[in-house]
Design a protein around this ligand. Structure first.
Ligand code: SF4
Length: 89
């Protein structure tokens, strides 16, 4: 039995756990997947992920591996005060 081609794997939409496994993926959370992508983007240098200034990248808010929009975090007034220019300095 031959391995399925990329075209065959991609034809399953949306991807299932079985097709992801056949493509060589390990089961992981979306947050872990984002972190893995950022490591790939930064040549496996975690310090470069932290320093990433590509703020328009859709993954940027999630690059630490921590979800910034959980209800608990959104309710934390110390963390969720408006970010101002003075804080950026
Ligand atoms: S957030 Fe930065 S490190 Fe992560 S994928 Fe985007 S550009 Fe790359």
């Amino acid at each position: 039995m031959t391995a399925p081609s990329r075209t065959e794997l991609a034809s399953t939409w949306p991807p299932t756990a079985a097709v992801a496994k056949a493509a060589g993926h390990k089961q992981m959370s979306p947050m872990k997947a984002i972190r893995e992508k950022c490591l790939d983007c930064c040549c496996n240098q975690p310090s470069e992920i932290r320093a990433c200034e590509t703020v328009k990248c859709p993954l940027w808010p999630f690059r630490s591996g921590t979800h910034p929009y959980t209800s608990a975090r959104m309710k934390n007034p110390l963390q969720e005060t408006d970010f101002t220019e003075s804080e950026a300095a």
